[in-house]
Structure formats: C-alpha cells, structure tokens
Design a protein around this ligand. Structure first.
Ligand SMILES: NC(=O)C1=CN([C@@H]2O[C@H](COP(=O)(O)OP(=O)(O)OC[C@H]3O[C@@H](n4cnc5c(N)ncnc54)[C@H](OP(=O)(O)O)[C@@H]3O)[C@@H](O)[C@H]2O)C=CC1
Ligand SMILES: O=C(O)C1=N[C@H](C(=O)O)C[C@H](O)C1
Length: 238
C-alpha cells in the first residue's frame, strides 16, 4: 500500500518502520518544513494517509486529504472541537475518515473494561471516582485524548457524574482527571474507585509507542475499502 505520513515526529517515524516491515511504501512524509506539499497529494499517488501531527494543524491536514479524496486516519489529540466540521466534509465529499484517541488494541480492550466496571460501580455511592493520566513532558494537550474517552465511558454509565474536569474536585457531579507530565512516559491511564475501606483501580500502562503505531498501520490496511466516518469499534468489531 502507498502511505502518506502527515506528521513525521515520534509517532510518524515508528509508524514508518512498522509499515515498511509489513511491505508498505511511504510515498510522502509531510512535516512542518514541507507542509505545503500536502496540497499536491492526490488519491492517484496515495492509498491512505496516516496523520499524527499537532492539535493546531490536524484539522487542516485532515480536511485537505478528504477534499483530495484520500482516505485518512488521525491519531492527533486536542482538536476534537472541530469533529462536526469533519463529519460534514466527509458527507459532502463522500470521503473516508477514521479517528481513535488511542490505536493500541490493549487500550481499546481497556475502554470496554472501563465501561463494564463503571456500570457495576454505578449503584455504589460510597465510592468516589477519579482518574489519572501520565505522559511525557513534550505532550501538548491535557487531559490526554485517551483520558477523555475513559472519562466519557465513566460518565455515560454513572448517574451521579455529569462532566469531567482537569483538576482535583470534590463535587459529586464532577469527574476529576489529574494530568501528570514526566520524562519519557509513553502513556499511563488509571481510574480509581475509592471508599473509606478500600480502593478499586483499573490501569493501563503502555510500555512503548509500538502498540499505538501497530494499531494505526493495521487500521490503514483496512481503511481504503471503507466509506464514511469510522472508529475502533468498527475496525475491531468490539
Ligand atoms: N491516538 C493515538 O494512539 C496516539 C496519539 N498521539 C498523538 O499524536 C500526535 C503526535 O504525537 P507525536 O508523534 O508524539 O508528536 P511529535 O511532536 O513527536 O510529532 C508531531 C510532528 O508534527 C509535525 N508538524 C508540525 N506542523 C505540521 C504540519 N503542518 N503538518 C504535518 N506535520 C506537522 C511536527 O514538526 P515540528 O516538530 O518541526 O514542529 C512534529 O514532527 C499528538 O497529538 C499525540 O497526542 C500520540 C500517540 C498515540
Ligand atoms: O501524546 C501522546 O504521546 C499520546 N497521546 C494519546 C492521548 O492523548 O491519549 C495516546 C497516548 O496516550 C499517547
């Protein structure tokens, strides 16, 4: 398959090496210095684009691909306020777009575990719920996209929770997400249910970025045959 990489940083480089090891060809590497080259890419040169860039530029990158008829998957976090615009563009252009806050298979199983635990704990009012995410110090956004997905899972299944906040909170209707930044951490997420007598904790620890990158390449292999807005549940049939 002919792949265009949009964003050639930490993730772009690992995705490149996995894609090549699986027999694919990297036909474009778009980064800050050659960002204008994206305008010239067409679906005759590229089968799929993989976008891991930065919150401020992701929407423009994705829109260009959709306008140029290139199926595109994005892992960039911190731009989701523009998702409705992407949906409208995909409809208008009959395009193909895939988004996941986390491409690791393990994290997507963890999302399902999180939903199950939240449902089970919903009636247990003695437990206070809070979350923590830890990432490397270069991360631009907080809370992480993965933490937001987990928080949405908890809120959807917990009657007393209305919204998440990115600070410590004692309000019953708020779900607190604490974001910590430490050198070299690829991504650790935990959800805690704390009572006077015990704590129940579910936790996912990424040991490297390999799981995110492999997931993105597997989705890229599947995506060109799809149409419309797609996500990990469609891909994994979870
Ligand atoms: N969904 C998932 O599974 C995962 C998501 N992520 C997310 O992916 C994104 C990228 O992560 P990561 O690779 O670690 O970040 P990096 O900062 O290492 O890489 C981002 C790259 O984007 C480049 N860039 C800047 N402007 C543009 C532009 N206009 N077009 C294309 N590229 C551009 C940057 O260049 P320069 O440095 O020169 O500015 C940099 O090389 C983040 O939002 C992160 O949260 C990360 C891991 C997993
Ligand atoms: O920036 C990162 O590194 C990561 N970003 C994603 C997120 O915001 O959830 C996924 C993963 O946790 C690594």
């Amino acid at each position: 398959m002919r792949i265009a990489l949009l964003g050639y940083g930490k993730m772009g480089k690992i995705i490149e090496s996995i894609a090549i090891s699986r027999g694919h060809q990297i036909v474009a590497r778009i980064d800050k210095d050659n960002a204008a080259d994206l305008q010239t890419l067409t679906n005759e040169q590229v089968d799929v684009a993989i976008e891991f860039s930065m919150p401020a530029v992701a929407f423009d990158n994705l829109s260009t691909c959709i306008k140029n008829g290139i199926p595109v998957l994005s892992g960039t976090t911190g731009w989701l306020d523009k998702m409705t615009d992407v949906e409208n563009l995909v409809k208008e252009k009959n395009g193909t777009f895939f988004y996941a806050s986390n491409y690791s298979i393990g994290v997507n199983l963890f999302f399902k575990i999180n939903d199950f635990v939240a449902k089970l704990m919903n009636p247990q009012q003695d437990y206070k719920i809070d979350m923590e995410e830890i990432h490397h110090t270069e991360k631009l956004d907080a809370p992480s996209g993965t933490a937001i997905t987990l928080a949405e899972g908890v809120i959807n299944h917990t009657e007393r929770k209305e919204k998440w906040v990115n600070n410590s909170s004692e309000k019953t209707d708020e779900l607190s997400i604490i974001s910590l930044r430490e050198p070299e951490v690829p991504g650790t997420h935990s959800v805690h249910y704390r009572s006077e007598v015990d704590t129940i904790e579910i936790k996912h620890t990424a040991h490297s970025r390999q799981g995110f990158a492999l997931g993105a390449v597997l989705v890229a292999e599947w995506l060109p045959a799809q149409k419309g807005m797609k996500n990990m549940d469609d891909f994994l049939k979870l």
